[in-house]
Design a binder for this molecule. Structure first.
Ligand SMILES: *[C@@H]1O[C@H](CO)[C@@H](O)[C@H](O)[C@H]1NC(C)=O
Ligand SMILES: *[C@@H]1O[C@H](CO)[C@@H](O)[C@H](O)[C@H]1NC(C)=O
Length: 877
């Protein structure tokens, strides 16, 4: 029989391939359904590819057995007896036990016992990462009590076990030790050395090639948090591997034959955690994701905060592992957002050993989707270790989004020491681990250690030794520096979608504004006092600060761990440096000292528009105020679309991105996702960005970005302002979930007035409402070409405001009982009107104001005569 493991080839894991082409039938009435399909199982794979892994080396042996052993997972273990020729031992014995006596594995039926040193030699066909799995089961044997055996195991280079014995306290006495070794020699010698007066034993050995990408070269260090290079110069022992919130996964279910425990016995505060899972085929592996990093079933289950929405949300979920504090550890965390109903809703913190490991983890931004896997490797230096290692997840203090946190999987790996040992202090040559003699392996580690204590000094060292791809790493200074260096070309190496515009990036006339020192920023924010956090995003936190003895500003501090954040920051700088407008939030300055990336904006004291419509119990805004806010934001968007040469598409228009200042003047914020229209036009992007509930169905289907996508989103904003409810509310009955769909049904029935904010009932002019609703409906047209330009929308909103003002004027006149007739009379008739502005009359859908000085646009605002001109003209229609 051919000793080849069919499992490796026949048990592929399936990768669901996105994206939306298969969903082109979504029409507006289906939007809610489409969104849920997207949220839950966009998975409907329009194509699928399979990932199989054929290890070059696949040596599986069962020790002391007379014949092959078949495992339930399909793998076949050869015997080490006879002609196999693996073993060189002087006095070995093999023992066996009766089959079928409740053995934990068929591999536990036999063992080989060594009274003196013995070596297995294996020939390999390829260098690189190899698994070594050693199976130990202290079976019953009349001559030997295997539980008392004490021995060491090593290869020619690496100590795997030092004075090991099966611990009597172990809950399961079947122990599998698993290693991942970076092998460079064509032969591996596995030496078993009993301590004097004892003996060694082994039941089975696996030596199997592993995919190269299993250990990438770079990760991140825990403290200080920064990039960590050189991971693949170490050897590893897998100490824990958990499928968090899901069932154990056996070698049957993992193409690489790994075992994943359930996390139940490691989680500390069980009552505060809830398991959540989706079918494994919902998980969408991106094409460039190393699919065998973990099986889909790891990503399809998670632990989340129990009742996070309703209960006191101020807690962490904690997992605790026993660990050896003499070793550095690598913690691999697996995430997959299977809990969110919409993108950009979940941000949370991850701590290891009480230290911030990932601040504001924003899976949406990192993966551009829900149910898309993500993992992160974090190195925990032994100086930060105690007898235990804890992983914690907890919510962020934030204004928007859910209060929740998730974890899907954890692996804890011990890293080989300076003397290349994975157990005990000695190396194979008997050298003892020391701080200085860390050899080549630890040149990096040394820098890291240095970094922890010397801080800035170490950064300088790192700076001079930066690797070629340094600009992709998580340091904001790395992309800001060229401002000073006058070199903008480095941007081409980064993954920004705006790379093609790099040359103009920092050379605009507006520049980045005023320069702040880090000390100034610290003072302004009371050293980033967490009580001053007013917002959270993919980039990091936004703090309220005070500069110049009293001027309040919003200070956005980049989260140096978020690569997506860097991209968004770059976009935002690029956009903001080009744009100045009364209805766009403006940039005051920046700080890039100490590798920080900090932007300082004007402070919008009244916060997001949404907070004033619902959810925060703020005093309700009048209809006139809402109209003025909608008009202000429409102006901002109109300027974006037409005020620069190419035009700019915001891409994330929503009520949380419209901010209000002291006087409730609206300003559009958050240009993190913006795109030059020139890039967007006709450009089919690979990832639909934006927020659910606001997404243009056409963009959603065709992924073709135009200004009209912003117009659609703005239509949803108008409906929110009118109906005072979220764009998407999954808690409502199905037909009501999607605001745009639901409100338009009422509009078509002519009954929109029935679902408006109760606070507006009676105070809203039906004509104003009608005009407003028409504007919203046009914005929400199925096809972009049928939607008005922002200029048209603006104009209609101004008209709605005029109607409202005339109405309230009439009303107050009525109240003052001066002229009851005035109510009945059309306000136009009683108004002294100048002639209609011909420019208004002939306004083209794409706005002839394109390229106009922004002053022109601003001048039209609240200029009474002009408005009445439009008003008169409309009345005449
Ligand atoms: C593991 O595989 C078995 C057999 O293929 C299957 O019945 C079982 O549901 C799988 N378990 C998981 C957790 O995927
Ligand atoms: C969560 O854990 C971290 C680190 O241990 C700690 O700093 C933070 O205060 C904890 N948060 C809560 C809400 O307990």
């Amino acid at each position: 029989m051919k000793i080849e493991n069919s499992k490796w080839k026949n048990n592929p894991s399936t990768i669901g391939i996105q994206f939306l082409s298969s969903r082109s039938s979504a029409s507006p009435p289906n939007m809610a359904a489409a969104i849920f399909l997207l949220a839950l199982s966009l998975a409907l794979p329009s194509a699928s590819s399979t990932v199989a892994f054929s290890p070059k080396d696949n040596i599986l042996i069962v020790c002391g057995a007379n014949s092959l052993v078949n495992l339930p997972d399909g793998r076949i273990f050869k015997t080490d007896m006879g002609s196999a020729g693996y073993l060189q031992a002087k006095d070995d014995v093999h023992v066996s036990t009766e089959p079928g006596k409740g053995l934990p594995s068929p591999l536990c039926q036999t063992a080989r016992i060594f009274q003196s040193e013995a070596t297995y030699s294996f020939h390999l066909t390829g260098a690189g990462w190899h698994w070594i799995r050693l199976h130990f089961y202290p079976m019953n044997s009349t001559e030997h009590d295997l539980k008392t055996a004490m021995f060491s195991v090593s290869t020619d280079d690496v100590v795997l076990l030092h004075r090991f014995s099966i611990d009597a306290n172990q809950t399961s006495s079947y122990v599998v030790k698993e290693y991942l070794l970076n092998v460079t020699q064509p032969q591996i010698n596995l030496k078993f050395a009993p301590v004097s007066n004892s003996f060694a034993f082994i039941n089975a050995i696996e030596l199997v090639s592993a995919p190269d990408y299993l250990i990438p070269d770079s990760g991140s260090s825990l403290f200080p948090v920064q990039a960590y290079e050189g991971l693949n110069r170490f050897n590893y022992q897998f100490v824990y591997r958990l499928n968090v919130g899901g069932p154990p996964i056996t070698s049957q279910n993992d193409t690489l034959g790994r075992l994943w425990e359930n996390d139940g016995s490691y989680i500390k505060n069980k009552a505060m955690a809830a398991n959540v899972s989706v079918p494994a085929n919902v998980v969408k592996f991106p094409e460039d994701f190393p699919a065998l990093i973990a099986p889909a079933s790891v990503y399809s289950s998670a632990v989340r905060m129990a009742d996070a929405e309703t209960q006191q949300p101020n807690f962490n979920i904690t997992w605790e592992f026993k660990a050896d504090p003499n070793f550095d550890h690598m913690v691999r965390l697996h995430f997959c957002d299977i809990v969110s109903k919409s993108l950009n809703d979940l941000y949370f913190n991850v701590y290891i050993n009480g230290k911030m490991a990932i601040s504001g983890l924003d899976l949406s931004s990192l993966t551009n989707g829900l149910a898309v896997p993500y993992y992160k490797d974090i190195v925990v230096n032994s100086t930060l270790m105690s007898d235990s290692l804890t992983v914690q997840i907890g919510p962020m203090k934030q204004d928007t989004g859910s209060v929740n946190a998730i974890l899907n999987g954890v692996e804890v790996l011990r890293m080989s020491s300076s003397v290349n040992s994975l157990d005990g202090e000695f190396g194979v040559d008997g050298k003892k681990a020391g701080m200085i003699n860390r050899g080549t392996v630890a040149a990096v580690g040394f820098t890291m250690m240095f970094g922890a204590f010397v801080g800035l000094g170490a950064m300088v060292i790192k700076w001079h030794k930066r690797p070629q791809d340094w600009q992709k790493r998580n340091s904001f200074s790395s992309w800001l520096l060229p401002v000073h260096a006058g070199d903008t070309s480095f941007m081409s190496g980064s993954k920004t979608s705006l790379g093609s515009h790099k040359s103009g990036m920092y050379s605009t006339t507006f520049g980045l504004g005023r320069y702040f020192s880090f000390a100034e920023i610290q003072e302004a924010t009371k050293n980033f006092d967490s009580n001053g956090v007013i917002g959270v995003g993919g980039f990091g936190n936004v703090y309220l600060g005070t500069i110049d003895e009293g001027t309040q500003v919003a200070i956005k501090r980049g989260n140096p761990h978020s690569e997506q954040g860097i991209t968004e920051f770059q976009t935002e700088i690029q956009m903001l440096s080009k744009l100045r407008h009364r209805h766009l939030v403006s940039l005051i300055g920046y700080c890039d000292e100490n590798s920080e990336m900090i932007l300082v904006y004007e402070y919008m004291s009244n916060g997001p528009f949404r907070d004033h419509i619902y959810g925060k119990n703020l005093p309700p805004l009048s209809w006139k105020q809402r109209l003025e806010i909608c008009i202000g934001s429409a102006r901002g968007l109109h300027y974006l679309h037409t005020g620069t040469a190419q035009g700019i598409i915001h891409r994330d228009v929503k009520t949380t991105n419209i901010l209000l200042d002291d006087n409730l003047v609206a300003k559009v914020a958050d240009f993190g996702l913006s795109k030059d229209a020139a890039i967007g036009q006709g450009h089919v992007s690979t990832a639909v960005k934006g927020s659910f509930g606001y997404l243009d169905p056409e963009y959603f289907r065709r992924q073709q970005l135009t200004e009209k996508s912003d117009v659609y989103s703005f239509g949803v904003v108008l409906l929110e302002a009118l109906c005072a409810r979220p764009a998407l509310n999954p808690q409502l009955p199905r037909e009501q979930v999607n605001l745009a769909e639901w409100a338009m049904q009422w509009k078509r029935k002519g009954l929109l007035a029935k679902i408006i904010d109760p606070h507006l009932q009676g105070s809203i002019n039906p004509e104003s409402l009608k005009k407003f609703a028409e504007a919203a409906e046009k914005c929400l047209a199925e096809h972009g070409v049928d939607r008005p330009s922002m200029g048209d929308v603006l104009w209609n909103l101004e008209y709605a405001l005029q109607l409202q003002e005339a109405f309230t004027e009439g009303k107050s006149e009525e109240e003052s009982e001066e002229s009851p007739e005035a109510m009945a009379a059309s306000p136009t008739v009683s108004s002294p009107l100048p002639a209609a502005d011909p420019a208004v009359e002939t306004r083209e859908p794409e706005g002839e104001t394109r390229g106009n000085d922004l002053a022109d646009i601003q001048n039209t605002e609240h200029s009474g005569t002009n408005m009445f001109a439009q008003f008169a003209h409309l009345e005449g229609r």
